[in-house]
Design a protein around this ligand. Sequence first.
Ligand SMILES: [Zn+2]
Length: 535
Amino acid sequence: MHSFRAAALAGVVLALGACAELSPWLSSRLPPRSVVDAISGNELRRHVATLASPGFEGRAPGTRGEELTVDYLVAELKRMGLKPGNRDGTYVQEVPLIGIASVPTASFCAGEKCTTWKLNEDFVGGSLFLQSEVNVEASEVVFVGYGLVAPEDERDDYKGYDVRGKTVVMLATEPDAMDIPGEVRPGSTRSGGSYATRALALARKRDEAVAKGAAARILVHEKNDPVGPLAAYAWSPEELEVEHRRLMHLSVSLRAEEEKVRELAALGGRDFEELKRLAKRKDFRPVSLGSLANLHVANGLRKFTSRNVVAKVTGSDPRARDQVVLHVAHWDHLGHDPARGIYPGALDNASGVAALLEIARAYASLPTPPRRTVLLIATTGEEHGLLGAKHYVEYPIYPLGQTAGVINLDALNPWGPTRDFEIVGTASAALQLALIDAAAALDRELSADTRPDMGFFYRSDQLEFSRVGLPSIWIRRGSRYIDKPPSYGREMNAAYFARDYHQPTDTPRSDWNYAGMAEQVKFTFITGYRLAMGD
Ligand SMILES: [Zn+2]
């Protein structure tokens, strides 16, 4: 899952009740029961154990971990009898990437008085410019409040102030966000206090700063930041980007402890507390902090080719086999670093890739494939911005116009069977009907996203497919656990995000319940099969 709201399937909460006899018509469009029943928790356990083992070194793109992971996936898919997914006869789609290892320095002078910040102590950040040296010299430092341009909230923190070539300092959050710690406003697309809209606003704030010609940006990291300490925002030893990217970037992008920004403001004779107070107001105007920034970034650049793993089951109907259903799960994770060791990414996303393999095995064991073609894609670079998915939609193996839908899996359910599955994303009518039929087949229910504040829609590969207009969903673990108290799912999730998410402790646990995971995989397989049957 990628560390970082649009309408999710609004109001899709269907209670389908006890499993009624399925009509012969529907039964003929579902996979044989024996194939569904053969989806195995033990196989899932075996794949997770392998992919999350220390030998796979955290599965970082462009490392030995990638070699081992791709080799494992291709060998398993071949053994199961899947066909190469790429038109060139291979099981891989090459994804050219660029690795950027940034080492920034930052110093500031107000007249004769100067100060230098310490990396990782006072600030984090770098530059995503594809240059080995990025220099911002003697750039005027300007406080732009929250840096928001949000007509829907009647806010424009810039008020026409010219920030070309300047270093803009902005509060990382939104007005009032820090006054309601823990408070979220599910469903809100407006600024002002939710985790998910903050993420969105950060991208918007960046894009505004770029569009206005700012050279660099410094986000102010406040003490009670809801995500965590400054270290939680440290850049990876190597950030990744697709070669031909469309994102806008600032030349230098930093985040600094509030204390250092207060000192910087004082250096130029400004009172940061007063400025912060003013920033909350809609009539706020940018204020020069009276100092000049000297920011330097040494970038280690590395071009390399990573791979999406692709395998297919050719559709059985000559009139429908040019149409394709995609099953997606990202194989990559965060690799390892000298200080903290290996990030095994057992739940995120060895579990999803294990599921993809079990889904592949199920399709391969069908007496007759579904009418449409099914393409299974294990994507690369998800953790660094959904890069493998981004590449696929730019260079699709099957035309996007012939793609019936996309079903993504990321971080499955290891805590026992649930009554429901949560659907995050945007479905077509056909995909929605496939979900309803799969729920009926397994006597389960569909729930809408119960944690819109977490911004899951933006945080995994389904986003990139949605962006180009495809029906694209993430089938997430449900929240109503069978034979558990109602709060169980929420507690398990909270514990996972607090302790193990993107940490070296995301390891396979002996107490994981693979029966629940197998149910989620069965549901996903039936949904994909049903969509691939067309109507
Ligand atoms: Zn992740």
